[in-house]
Design a protein around this ligand. Structure first.
Ligand code: MG
Length: 382
């Protein structure tokens, strides 16, 4: 081993290596340093490893099913509001904007963002709470952990092995969402996805709640974050009202939060004199809201928790969904022959409750209701 020779990996195309070397900062994750895949694969002619990961995730059944999974509001609320899939698209869009500005690895960012909510069961956190309770003796259920189970075990793309055989950086990045890493802070690409997730749900949950009439624009304009965004909008465009004001404020909120994240990250990067990914690991978290914006964001989140996530209508639909999921869980545990053969076989390896949990977690909201009607009759009324 000659210490002075640059590290080269046979698994990454030269074009990708050159492009990243020319554009990415030294403390970004460069594809050439990938730890590779569990099952080694020949190099791709022109795609980098994280582009390959992205394509595998996009083509997975779990990813397509996000289109009929709840973000906050189930389908019975109409079809304006976000689903888990459109939420994910917004996260990708914000995360890539941040990554490009900070000259990070956008391919890795995109793949990480696509995976981040892949493990959500039907009915979002309401469904997660039921599965966690039903599986309490088996180690519980956590959507972040389940995303890894999907890409590592449940999805199939090659008859020789389970899972999608993704790059180790995707697996490690997702793992930091539920387990602190002994290696320190996650790479900036992971931090950017986390920050983008928060920008996305803080703004779109308020937008959805407005559209559904759960809160009013006046309610939101009492919050310092919305007040200031409206003031900024007012400086450019006077006399906006109603939906035009709402749209303009939402756009402003997104741009303001993204700009704040970039400014804060740049400032910290300069102060801490970063040069390598290892430096990022030993630094404080870098992609976080600045001191002025952070408490305003917190106040909005508190408002959303009280007025939206715990709104009577949301709780009612949540209770119904939970009761349906609980009954289906009990039914499949009593009569595993009602599940597809793959999940019956899996039960022999991982135990029946976990296999029932995997089956239910993979369902869309509407498929849960369809199965309930087919197997147990009328849906419970509120
Ligand atoms: Mg999310």
């Amino acid at each position: 081993m000659h210490g002075h020779e640059p590290f080269t990996s046979p698994s990454v195309a030269d074009a990708v290596v050159d492009r990243e070397a020319a554009w990415l900062v030294s403390y970004a994750v460069h594809s050439i340093h990938t730890a590779g895949r569990k099952y080694p694969e020949p190099p791709h002619e022109f795609c980098g490893p994280y582009e390959i990961d992205r394509d595998r995730i996009v083509r997975s059944a779990a990813c397509r099913r996000l289109s009929h999974k709840t973000q906050v509001f189930t389908g019975e609320f109409g079809d304006y509001h976000r689903t888990r899939l459109t939420h994910t698209l917004e996260v990708i869009s914000f995360a890539r904007a941040l990554g490009r500005t900070l000259r990070l690895n956008e391919d890795l960012i995109e793949a990480l963002a696509l995976v981040h909510d892949l493990g959500h069961p039907p009915f979002g956190h309401a469904g997660e709470a039921v599965l966690d309770e039903c599986l309490s003796a088996e180690g519980g259920f956590c959507h972040n952990r389940h995303a890894l189970r999907i890409v590592d075990v449940l999805e199939r793309r090659d008859r020789r092995f389970d899972g999608l055989n993704l790059s180790q950086e995707i697996i490690d990045g997702q793992r930091t969402r539920f387990e602190p890493s002994a290696a320190g802070q996650p790479p900036l690409e992971v931090q950017v996805v986390d920050a983008a997730d928060s920008v996305a749900y803080d703004t779109h949950d308020a937008d959805d709640a407005l559209e559904l009439g759960l809160v009013t624009l006046e309610d939101l304009l009492e919050l310092p974050l919305w007040q200031e965004a409206a003031r900024r909008v007012g400086r450019r465009q006077e006399h906006l009202g109603g939906k035009n004001l709402r749209r303009a404020v939402l756009g402003e909120l997104i741009q303001w939060q993204l700009a704040d994240l970039v400014e804060h990250a740049r400032c910290q990067i300069r102060l801490q004199d970063l040069t390598t990914v290892a430096d990022v690991r030993h630094a404080q978290p870098l992609v976080v809201a600045g001191d002025r914006l952070a408490p305003m964001k917190q106040a909005l989140e508190e408002f959303l928790r009280e007025r939206v996530y715990r709104h009577r209508d949301v709780l009612r639909s949540r209770q119904r969904a939970q009761s349906v999921l609980r009954q289906l869980f009990a039914l499949f545990c009593r009569s595993p022959e009602l599940m597809p053969p793959g999940f019956q076989n899996r039960a022999r390896q991982v135990g029946l409750p976990r296999s029932v949990g995997d089956y239910l977690a993979g369902m869309t909201d509407r498929y849960v209701y369809k199965q309930f009607r087919r197997l147990l009759g009328r849906l419970p009324t509120d």
